[in-house]
Ligand binder design. Structure first.
Ligand SMILES: Cc1cc2nc3c(=O)[nH]c(=O)nc-3n(C[C@H](O)[C@H](O)[C@H](O)COP(=O)(O)OP(=O)(O)OC[C@H]3O[C@@H](n4cnc5c(N)ncnc54)[C@H](O)[C@@H]3O)c2cc1C
Length: 1159
């Protein structure tokens, strides 16, 4: 069997496959639409399996033997010979064991091609499915069978097919087997509850071929992932009986993310009703115990009862009792999970109730609004529009500025030919380094012993702080970072040392053998912990205007509120990586680094090696995504590799596994805002006092700057005459948090919108109205005294967004929908954006470029910015093309390096096009001027001729460009100066529908209007807007880290940490760029785009909040309520308090140790 991914099906040399190009279908193309492998989505890989006739196989490796029998006879022989062998079918579960948990199985026996285990057949009463049959085959087989059988026989089959739709993704379903799911015995298996409720039977056989049958509901599962089978037995098949006419069957699943996610809780219900009286019934739940659990007591008690309202009331009480969880139950979210049990039963009750025969007068009326509980979300295919301004008719065809030019490395990325650090051909003698990470959040290092690791063949060295020839410390005294821990560790994931070995496998295995003894200290994990212990970094800043006391005195009403915003994982596709190449002379070192700031890495590597900057060259070709996570936090890996390379005198490489990356590199800062806001009865804000707390982790990194930026944005687009803000940077024992797209801004803007929504609730007016009356007007300034220029553009975005989205009409439709539906609610909201652009630290607002014209007329362009999928190089080529007056295909950017363009600023803060674009333009203008005499003299000649003529005339054909942003920089000592060069504006309207019983939601439509000045490249800019919005959507609704109380990250992989999937994209998604709004201050009259639109996803959050408000009103609850971000299914459900959540008791915080905490 061979697997070919999208990388292997075509290349630039051999020709692109249609899926990589744009002539496939309207939707399945990658490159021409800027498709890249470094976008932050889980798709993009296309699997193709080529079948061949199976033969028995045996492969033997260094430490594992893999056997593939093709019939039961061979299988039983193997199992007799190797009683401890591990069976593997699709490997989707075993693979997790070996890759993540590092379990080692010396003998693996593949069941995937055992003929008898692959049969699937139906008869008059049941379907019998072989244990190795894949889930995709089951889906197909059952779907076809259902077309042949009468409906009443197929109720359990229909439920299986429906559940499989929500089971993992297609790639997993194509290989995962039914037997693997059953035997794994996961408490959140999606199929086992259905099999138990359906009364399925398992057939198992021992190595002699002796078979026995197990009814799966009959104590087959004995404990967490254990079952009643003997070690020598193999699961052969499962039999699923058909249903009869009087049976009703339904299953439910609730996950963090609707698509491709494991369950939080799932359930399957079967009831046999004769004349509306229960003859038999079965209720099985996943996620409520160490195994799939039958609600046996409840089932027994309701036999013989009539399917009426009193049954609903009694059953929910019985289930609340039988399915109760202790407050410290594994998995956490105990109240939510318990409420899901009741919600699911209510849904089942209503769906069966529709089929009951007896009339119940009052029920009929209730039914129409209640029936919304049973409607599944229906999602049509995504509709979208992208609107942008065309270039003027008289623009030269060779001038690409303003045109949607294809991303310069889109083809390489779509074919897989784009070279990232891990794709670089190994150097001769190259070694690999695996980091030895701290496993404790806060501890004194008592002993670090690498003796056993060093004995392993293939291991060269153990590196730690003793090998650092320069400085092991970086940052402010007392607040900075150590490269390798010396006496104490302050977070899990901190570097203690590194093992250098022949290859990754050996290095990682040896790293696990390094013995570390800790003396544990109490850790601080959350912001609340840090506040209680006053654990703050210095300085604690304050900023303000006016007099808040007067402001509160002049207010009709004053409210106090709180909102907490969770952290966000960068989840770049290319994890942190680097390669250190020691030069043979002068102690020089070259580092291939996956970083956003080559100057910073150069400084850090120089510092740890004790060498001058000029000996250290940092080279960056491209990153597979950065999002801020590689601005500073790539320094430790590059520096550790440099120390190792110096010590062993050979090239050393490392690329983190996802779990290593997630548990060591930090995230977006979690924030807590505690505010007091005063306002008039009409909703006009008079005064704001706010304390902002951020969770910085174990070192300062960029946390002070992140807080500064947050403080600057706490008023978003609103005018507030009296403000006091205090910013507390909390020091905790989690990995140091760092830059992330928006750099504190989204958190601050979110707080502003939260008090807006509170004011709306208190004043009884719409959120839109409160926003509108408080919007900044022309001539008004921010509370740090910067005049907001061109504020009318924000008004234009606002008004156009209202119009394009038909807001007024849809708001009425939302109201009507909410009137007629009790358990589904809709919300709609509009959010404005005023985003300050520029580094508030003056020195950072500078950039350089170096442009070379070769004698063949081709141009090599280098500048200070890093390409990380955002299209920076493409835009810079467009600028150079316009300035030099040549076609863009004559211009190439190969990489950035500190020995071509030095002293760069990070590629961050959305300003890389602004800064580097001006530097490129200045360099190109110099060259243009040098060629001008030749152009004028020989008008009928070409660019190539002018270049040659200039060369023979001994004219320099290379030039540098340097740019510094004027009039920018904030001085915190004097609290004066403008932190931003200009403002970017935008507005978004989103409409959502929530399921009040489960907390699920769908974004029905989003409209965005964004001010990007004159777009240099509308395709890239709109891609940035859509991508930023979806990343913001993840931040505000979905993505959530969970920590053990002792500081271990529990969500260190895509299995637990969910970024948005394809079906989270709004069903209708419209993006427009404001037209005719050149920004004369910036290159090609453009504006920044990378970060600002991310916050517009808050429109989804506040629509959700609005929908929750309607649900609460139906339960008789009015007034303001707290909804923290992200608005996960759990938070939405629990905020929609109702008669079911009332039945769930909650334990008093502090009386138990929770399974997880949020930072
Ligand atoms: C990304 C991802 C998403 C997932 N999503 C879901 C989901 O949505 N819902 C869900 O329920 N699960 C999910 N899973 C879990 C997993 O995919 C399923 O449990 C799957 O059905 C396992 O099948 P497999 O063939 O890959 O099992 P394997 O990994 O091959 O084996 C799993 C276990 O079963 C044993 N085994 C396999 N066959 C037999 C047999 N015939 N006799 C005895 N023992 C046997 C193996 O020894 C092993 O212990 C997901 C997993 C991944 C990686």
């Amino acid at each position: 069997m061979a697997v070919t991914t999208v990388e292997g099906i075509g290349s630039l040399k051999a020709g692109l496959h249609p899926v990589q190009n744009n002539d496939f279908t309207d939707t399945e193309y990658l490159a021409c639409n800027g498709g890249t492998q470094c976008c932050r989505s889980e798709g993009g890989i296309h699997g193709m399996l080529e079948n061949e006739k199976p033969k028995p196989l045996r492969f033997t490796g260094d430490d594992v033997t893999w056997l593939r029998p093709i019939n039961l006879h061979q299988l039983f022989d193997i199992r007799k010979q190797f009683p401890n062998s591990k069976l593997v079918a699709g490997n989707t579960e075993v693979g997790v064991d070996t890759n993540l948990k590092k379990t080692r199985y010396p003998i693996l026996v593949s069941l995937a091609h055992v003929t008898e285990l692959n049969s699937i057949e139906s008869c008059d009463v049941c379907v019998k499915i072989g244990a190795s049959v894949t889930l995709s085959r089951i889906q197909n087989f059952l779907s076809n069978l259902m077309n042949e059988l009468p409906d009443h026989k197929c109720k359990s089959l229909a439920v299986i097919v429906d559940m499989l739709h929500w089971f993992a993704g297609e790639q997993i379903r194509n290989v995962a087997s039914i037997g693997g799911n059953i035997i794994t015995g996961s408490p959140i298996s999606d199929l086992n509850p259905i099999f138990m409720a359906a009364g399925c039977t398992l057939e198992v056989a021992d190595t002699e071929g002796v078979r026995r049958l197990f009814p799966i509901a009959n104590n087959f599962f004995t404990g967490y992932r254990t079952n009643a089978m003997e070690l020598s037995e193999t699961l052969i098949s499962i039999t699923v009986p058909y249903t009869n006419k009087s049976e009703h069957f339904k299953a439910f699943k609730q996950a963090h993310r609707r698509d491709d996610d494991i369950s939080i809780v799932n359930a399957a219900f079967r009831v046999d009703l004769q004349d509306d009286v229960i003859q038999s019934c079965s209720m099985a739940f996943g996620g409520m115990a160490p195994t799939t659990k039958l609600a046996s007591k409840t089932m027994n008690k309701i036999i013989g009862r009539t399917w009426d309202k009193s049954l609903l009331d009694d059953t929910t009480v019985l289930l609340a009792d039988e399915m109760s969880l202790p407050p410290d139950a594994p998995g956490g979210m105990v109240e939510y999970r318990q409420s899901l049990v009741l919600s699911f039963f209510f849904k089942f009750y209503l769906s069966v109730r529709q089929h009951c025969s007896f009339p119940e007068n009052t029920f009929v009326n209730v039914q129409s609004v209640d029936m919304s509980a049973t409607h599944p979300f229906k999602r049509a295919g995504v509709r979208s529009t992208q609107m942008f301004q065309e270039v003027p008719e008289d623009q030269l065809s060779v001038d690409p500025v303003g045109r949607p030019m294809v991303h310069s490395s889109a083809y390489q990325q779509a074919t897989g030919e784009a070279v990232y650090i891990d794709d670089m051909v190994p150097f001769q003698d190259e070694l690999y380094m695996a980091i030895v990470f701290s496993q404790k959040a806060h501890a004194i290092l008592k002993c670090v012993d690498a003796t056993a690791a060093l004995r392993m063949p293939g291991v060269y060295a153990f590196i730690d702080h003793n090998d650092v020839t320069g400085s092991n410390f970086f940052g402010e005294l007392g607040q900075g970072d150590e490269l390798f821990a010396t006496v104490k560790v302050t977070c899990v994931g901190q570097y203690i040392g590194g093992i250098v070995a022949d290859n990754k496998q050996i290095a990682q295995r040896a790293a696990r053998m390094v013995r570390v003894e800790y003396q544990e200290l109490e850790p601080i994990i959350s912001i609340e912990d840090a506040i209680a212990k006053e654990s703050y970094l210095q300085p604690i800043r304050t900023l303000g205007i006016g007099n808040v006391s007067d402001g509160f005195n002049n207010s009709d009403q004053i409210i106090k509120g709180e909102i907490k915003l969770g952290e966000q994982e960068h989840f770049y596709l290319e994890t942190q990586s680097g390669l250190a190449l020691p030069k043979r002379e002068d102690n020089a070192m070259e580092i291939f680094s996956g970083c956003q700031d080559q100057k910073f890495i150069q400084a850090r590597v120089s510092s740890v090696l004790g060498e001058q900057f000029h000996k250290i060259t940092i080279r960056v070709k491209r990153l597979g995504g950065g999002f801020g996570g590689k601005e500073t936090r790539s320094w430790n890996l590059s520096a550790a590799l440099a120390v190792a390379a110096k010590r062993v005198g050979r090239p050393v490489r490392c690329m983190f596994d996802r779990d290593e990356d997630m548990s060591s590199t930090g995230t977006r800062h979690a924030f807590l805002g505690r505010y007091k806001v005063g306002f008039t009865n009409e909703g006009k804000i008079q005064a704001l006092e706010i304390d902002m707390y951020s969770n910085c982790g174990n070192s300062q990194d960029l946390s002070i700057e992140v807080m500064d930026r947050a403080m600057f944005h706490v008023q978003n687009a609103y005018y507030i005459p009296n403000v006091t803000t205090r910013g507390y940077c909390c020091r905790t024992n989690i990995p140091s948090n760092t830059a992330f797209r928006g750099f504190g801004t989204p958190q601050a803007l979110m707080m502003a919108e939260n008090w807006i929504s509170d004011i709306a609730l208190v004043c009884g007016i719409s959120q839109r109205k409160v926003r509108e009356i408080n919007l900044l007007q022309d001539g008004e300034a921010t509370y740090y005294n910067q005049k907001v220029q061109d504020v009318y553009l924000m008004k234009r975005c606002w008004n156009e967004c209202l119009n394009k989205s038909a807001y007024e009409m849809r708001q009425l439709q939302v109201k009507e929908f909410n009137r007629s539906n009790r358990w589904k609610k809709r919300g709609i909201s509009i959010i404005p954006l005023s985003y300050g652009v520029g580094f508030h630290a003056k020195f950072m607002n500078q950039a350089g470029a170096f442009v070379i014209i070769y004698t063949d007329g081709s141009v090599l362009l280098t500048h200070g910015g890093v390409e990380m999928g955002q299209g920076l190089h493409t835009k810079m080529i467009q600028v150079a093309s316009r300035t030099l007056g040549i076609a863009s295909n004559r211009i190439y950017t190969s990489e950035n390096s500190t020995n071509t363009v030095p002293n760069t600023s990070p590629t961050a803060g959305s300003v890389s096009s602004d800064l580097n674009g001006m530097a490129v333009k200045i360099a190109c203008e110099k060259l243009y001027r040098r060629l001008e005499p030749y152009r004028k003299r020989e008008l009928n000649k070409t660019w190539d001729d002018w270049v040659k003529a200039a060369y023979y005339d001994r004219v320099s054909l290379s030039a540098t460009g340097f740019y510094k942003t004027p009039d920018i920089g904030y001085d915190w000592d004097t609290k004066s100066g403008d932190p931003f060069y200009y403002f970017s504006f935008g507005a978004a309207v989103s409409e959502v529908e929530i399921d009040c019983l489960t907390g699920d939601h769908v974004v029905l439509r989003t409209d965005i209007v964004m001010d990007v000045g004159d777009s240099i490249n509308p395709a890239i800019d709109i891609g940035q807007i859509e991508g930023a919005f979806m990343q913001g959507y993840g931040l505000f609704t979905l993505e959530e880290h969970r920590w053990s109380p002792t500081g271990n990250l529990l969500t260190k992989g895509p299995g637990f940490y969910k970024i948005p999937g394809f079906t989270d994209i709004p069903v209708e998604f419209n993006v427009s760029l404001l037209d005719g709004v050149p920004n004369k201050k910036v290159v090609c009259s453009s504006k920044a785009i990378g970060e600002p639109p991310l916050f517009l996803a808050a429109s989804v959050f506040y629509s959700i909040k609005d929908a929750i408000r309607c649900s609460r009103r139906n339960s008789g609850i009015e007034g303001i309520f707290r909804l923290d971000s992200p608005a996960t299914a759990e938070r939405i459900r629990m905020a929609c308090a109702d008669k079911f959540t009332e039945k769930i008791s909650s334990a008093t915080p502090g009386t138990f140790t929770p399974f997880f905490v949020r930072s």
